[in-house]
Design a protein around this ligand. Sequence first.
Ligand code: SF4
Length: 352
Amino acid sequence: MEAVTVPFFISHQGCPHTCVFCDQHAISGSLGNLPDRQQIHAAIGSWHRSAAGRPLEVAFFGGSFTALPESVQDELLTSVRPLLESGIVGSIRVSTRPDYVDDSVVRRLAALGVAVIEIGVQSMDDDVLALSGRGHDSAASEAALRCIRRQGVAAGAQLMPGLPGDTSASALRSLERVIAAGATFVRLYPVVVLHGTELARRYQAGDYRPLSLEQGIALCKQLLHKAMRAGIDVIRIGLQAADGLNSATVLAGCWHPALGQLVRSELYFDLLSHLIAPLPDGVPFRVACHPSRLSDVIGQKRQNLVRLRPSGALIVVRPDDSLLEEEVMVEYSTQCFRSDIITGLNYTISEV
Ligand code: SF4
């Protein structure tokens, strides 16, 4: 059963850095006050009542958790401890910077019940990191991921394709390197330019051009495919509207409230295009897919069907629970072609 996340945003708390893209207040929608024990218990209690028996995962997102004073980290984690021991909370995750992680930090967090540590890697290209004002290099991220895994804790890597100096090739190399360093899962956050940030200033001065939505989708498609081939979960693509993003906070960049679905849909579109290529023009065909993938296969506003139609008269997309989630089947006359988005697609690195 999928866990329900109980989020606590630790805005800019403990973080002495100013990354060019960062406005933690806009991202989290929080003013930066740390929750106290009472507030933590009240929030968890409320999520517990609405979770309908699903396990809860408490997540301290936002700033740099392990840069907080140890006493504050301990207070936050020990506040959750009784609920962890009673089984109301199933696990705890924190997010932090790579240069605030070492063996003793991970051991201490694990002893206090932290099961997942997410690292803001952003890029594994040192030039991109320098241009983005990150204040650490790729070796720090590599060391942090390896250290977390060494202690038996799950390691998440957050990547931001489209930072200053980034290319499709360097974004793909970044993904390859976090996978090689042992990342358990990945989040992809193509750059969104927020008002009031250094990146906004560079964008308005014409010194920086973010990925457009279309470019972000094209690049994330290749990244997602590579991660799937490596067996690594991509648990999120794109910031959420609930993260405080809206037309007042977003100046430019690759942002859409359902970016992940747009990206997955592109994989199915590419696979279907490939499967129907041998069919005579204009012939009717049927598509079957796993029931949970119907909307990805069809695409938002039926975009995939609209785009495929010139190649044939598409009759219907039907659910078939004998298929895997990644599979599709094209039925044409008495013939049937079956493939999946992991093994049935090959992308060569192309700049978007
Ligand atoms: S390290 Fe994180 S919290 Fe600090 S400025 Fe950079 S992105 Fe923002």
